[in-house]
Design a protein around this ligand. Structure first.
Ligand SMILES: Cc1ncc(C[n+]2csc(CCOP(=O)(O)OP(=O)(O)O)c2C)c(N)n1
Ligand SMILES: [Mg+2]
Length: 331
């Protein structure tokens, strides 16, 4: 399958090849989720479906730089993180459709996707609940004698939980290799950040714990890639934790079917002009790397891959009803 995480891409400055890879990854996420929405509306997909359309630059800029054994802890808005980390698209869709060939045999669904082989250690429905997992993973690697960074994605809403402060404090105290990646889309469900707090920037919450932090334009994949590359290099070298805040925007509801009453005040049109895919194409054109034709080809390849994933998932049976008991109890 094209795109996704590489075995050992390292962290280097963006070049034409790297930019093409980010473009392909963003198109794969966009095409997948645009197809997922009608599948969810026609009840082919089970459980809540949280789309990340408009936020693809964060997943792509971060996950494509990680090795398979550098784990990612995702949240409820997990499709982009999973695809960019290398989870097979067909197996991901089969999981969301509750099919036996899903990456968790169809028993988990969208908020419990796990793929150990690719270091995708999971979506979770517990807002903020993934933060300590990442610190525990980074601590475990330290105890085993290596600095293996863990990355955790969380939203601006998760930054308001108590466990966020506890986790950042311990990461700082122990100086473990963890990169906290905040996707600040300005909303937690239907509530704007301004209704939760007077602290506008999540990166400001790191300073009291003496954790280095940066806020970047989360719709500029080149900038996300560049700053995350530095954080990753620091973490791999034993330099301790880092918090990367990516300012972004989800172009659709909190979940598919969100009535959206609050969206009248949301500036979708202004954000559409800052669409991360179009921006990368303009940057690549200016750098002489590729133009919009390359983007169209990447889009077409992504849409073909999605159709193959749909056929794969639809061809997969539902799990044997006896399986949950078999997996729950030890013999
Ligand atoms: C512990 C917990 N509290 C509340 C919820 C309900 N909930 C689900 S998503 C969400 C908002 C999360 O916002 P944010 O972290 O900013 O992520 P975003 O949805 O914007 O990507 C909330 C409150 C939950 N799932 N878990
Ligand atoms: Mg949010």
């Amino acid at each position: 399958m094209p795109g996704g995480a590489a075995a050992d891409p390292g962290s280097q400055a963006l070049d034409a090849g790297g930019a093409e890879r980010l473009l392909a990854t963003m198109w794969r996420i966009r095409a997948f989720e645009e197809r997922l929405e009608p599948l969810k509306r026609s009840s082919m997909v089970h459980g809540l479906t949280h789309l990340s359309i408009g936020q693809e630059a964060v997943a792509a800029g971060v996950c494509t730089q990680l090795r398979d054994d550098e784990p990612v802890y995702s949240n409820h808005r997990a499709n982009g993180h999973a695809l960019a980390k290398g989870v097979d698209m067909g197996r991901l869709l089969a999981e969301l459709m509750g099919r036996a060939d899903g990456c968790c045999r169809g028993l988990g669904g969208s908020m419990h996707v796990v793929d150990v082989a690719h270091g995708f250690l999971g979506a979770t429905g517990v807002v903020g609940g993934n933060l300590p997992f990442a610190v525990g993973s980074a601590l475990a690697s330290r105890l085993l004698g290596r600095e293996r960074p863990a990355v955790v994605f969380f939203g601006d809403g998760a930054a308001q939980t108590g466990i966020f402060a506890e986790t950042v404090n311990l990461a700082s105290l122990w100086q473990v290799p963890v990169v906290f990646v905040c996707e600040n889309n300005g909303f937690a469900e239907f509530t704007p950040r301004s209704a939760h707090t007077r602290v506008e920037r999540v990166s400001d919450l790191a300073a009291p714990f003496r954790v280095a932090a940066r806020t970047v334009d989360g719709n500029d994949v080149a900038e996300v890639h560049r700053v995350f590359a530095d954080a990753l290099t620091q973490a791999r070298a034993g330099g301790g934790p880092f918090l990367l805040e990516c300012l972004t925007h989800r172009l659709s509801g909190h979940y598919v079917g969100d009535p959206g009453g609050y969206r009248a005040a949301v500036e979708d049109e202004a954000w559409r002009a800052r669409d991360p895919i179009g921006r990368l194409v303009r940057q690549a054109d200016a750098a002489g790397w590729f133009d919009v034709e390359r983007s169209r080809a990447a889009e077409e390849a992504a849409r073909d891959e999605v159709e193959a994933a749909v056929a794969f998932a639809l061809g997969s049976p539902f799990p044997d009803p006896g399986i949950p008991a078999e997996l729950t109890y030890a013999r």
